[in-house]
Ligand binder design. Sequence first.
Ligand code: CTP
Ligand code: CA
Length: 222
Amino acid sequence: RITAVCSGPLSGKRVVITAGPTREPIDPVRYISNHSSGKMGYAIAAAARDAGAQVVLVSGPVSIPEPTGVDVRAVVTADDMLSAAGQAVDEGCDVFIATAAVADYRPDNCAGDKIKKTSEDMSLALVRNPDTLATIAARPDAPFTVGFAAETRDVEHYARDKMQRKKLNMIVANDVSTPGIGFNSDDNAVTVFWRSGQQVLGPESKAAIARQLVALIAEQIQ
Ligand code: CTP
Ligand code: CA
């Protein structure tokens, strides 16, 4: 069910957000994944809802509560995430925000039975996964697109490069080498870049950062 408030900076806007990790199965009991609590994406979903938007949250497996008043669509793999996000954008989307930690590669096939260990070492063949954010940003009817870049060094350089390469309107750069910031934490510190400006948000709670990010996005789409 979607509840919307009648006023607010994103009133009448449709926002699609990806969050959490993806899981790429190796066999029925194992998978490849990334660190991601989903907290930042869920906080942005709540902030966009509070700003009056209709929000679809395409979420990988996380262990935090669903925000109320948001249409949550659960996915597992990067392929699932691409199709669910594409469908949500087809339904109408003004702003697309990708916070998900998508696995860049998946095993080239998932074994039907549990793989038994042997005395030998083993290696896994991996194939590239599709890029949800780049795919949405490349659509002729692309919404305003916002990406996240979690980096351990040269943060601004890599973030600006991603914004340009993926043709994004905005990118939120996260230095995940700072202890107590990012991944599992309730707090974050980010720098937001857009074509004509930049702004540092935090360090403070992910909820507070989410509200400020939503305000910045609302300003940009005016
Ligand atoms: N992203 C996505 N689908 C993917 C990979 C990334 O939608 N398959 C999105 C992320 O949600 C994030 C942005 O793209 O908003 C940047 O993700 P990141 O992993 O930092 O970028 P990559 O292009 O995968 O580059 P790399 O991992 O090599 O730094
Ligand atoms: Ca990646």
